[in-house]
Design a protein around this ligand. Structure first.
Ligand code: ATR
Length: 298
């Protein structure tokens, strides 16, 4: 062990990594490495800038080098569906892979046992966990306005529907994308009422899953002439950097309960950690590190 409490890197060090583009500001390495140290594991977590055209080579390379696992972030989560050897039910259900675990398959006839890449999705559950924890949301029977129908919006919409919310108002710049998701929900979760317009009455939650708010000049994703913040109890912003977007600022001013995407980021990471290590994730350590990394990297 080093003075800092983590193991020196040696020939026995297990490796995990996040692959994405851009990846420079990822808070995941600091968060996972703090968790490995806390549990006394001789593991390390790295970040690699990987262009989509090299994703398959990167996954195969990590597998060949006996990595323990990978996280995948923008723009790789859909591409990876076709690049793993097996999909866990979570990845099948939510249609995206954000976590890969490399496991040794049973001895093949050739003496070397082979590694297999199994794809998981830990994003969807993290959304529901964070809504419950950070906003005390009771999802069953809830009425929710969801802004955005990209990758994140789709996962959120399907997860919320699976939690048996009552009504989902799905609004997106490109209406056809919201329409496709609505169609899927009607097939899989027929009891959920889906609308492609702003609500006419109060809702329990507005959830922003668009990327509007990531850049300082971005306008709020909600036009209050179309739907007023006075008409919701709570607002969840999937963006966590900046910690307070224009939408969250306005929501606080309006007296709504608010939360940003930090809890979602924390819980998807914690679940990945548990999938790789088989150990319970030290949530407090991970949360503290995450907050610190986001602050120092703002
Ligand atoms: P992610 O994986 O983070 O969801 P994405 O799939 O690119 O990223 O989705 C981005 C979301 O933000 C989409 O809902 C997108 O709307 P479109 O489907 O119409 O592209 C939304 N978005 C991005 N920029 C926007 C803008 N300037 N105005 C309105 N919506 C925007």
């Amino acid at each position: 062990m080093s003075n800092s409490g983590s193991f020196e890197i040696n020939a026995g060090t297990r490796l995990c990594a996040v692959l994405g583009s851009p990846i420079r500001h990822s808070a995941s390495p600091a968060t996972h490495n703090a968790a490995f140290t806390k549990l006394g594991l001789n593991w390390r977590y790295l970040a690699f800038e990987v262009d989509p055209k090299n994703l398959r080579a990167a996954i195969d390379g990590a597998k060949a080098m006996n990595f323990a696992g990978l996280n995948l972030t923008v723009p790789h989560k859909l591409l990876a569906l076709k690049m793993v050897d097996e999909l866990d039910t979570s990845a099948k259900k939510w249609g995206a892979v954000n976590t890969i675990k490399f496991v040794q398959s049973r001895k093949s006839r050739v003496q070397n046992s082979e590694m297999r890449a199994i794809g998981f999705n830990t994003d969807a559950d993290a959304i529901a966990t964070s809504l419950r924890e950070d906003l005390k949301m009771n999802l069953r029977g809830a009425k929710i306005l969801l802004l955005g129908a990209g990758g994140a919006g789709r996962t959120a919409a399907l997860k919320l529907a699976s939690e048996k919310i009552a009504e989902l108002f799905l609004v997106n710049r490109t209406r056809a994308k919201a329409g496709e998701i609505a169609h899927e929900i009607k097939k899989q979760f027929p009891s959920v009422k889906v609308f492609l317009d702003f609500p006419k009455a109060k809702v329990d939650l507005i959830l922003n899953a668009t990327s509007l708010g990531l850049k300082p000049d971005d306008r709020s994703p909600l036009n209050e002439k179309q739907f007023s913040l006075k008409q919701t109890r709570a607002v969840y912003e999937m963006i966590y950097r900046p910690a307070e977007t224009k939408l969250l600022k306005a929501a606080k001013k309006s007296g709504c309960q608010t939360a940003n995407g930090l809890g979602m980021l924390l819980h998807q990471g914690a679940k990945a950690f548990e999938i790789w290590t088989g150990r319970r994730a030290p949530l407090d350590v991970m949360r503290r590190q995450l907050v610190q990394s986001l602050k120092s990297n703002a």
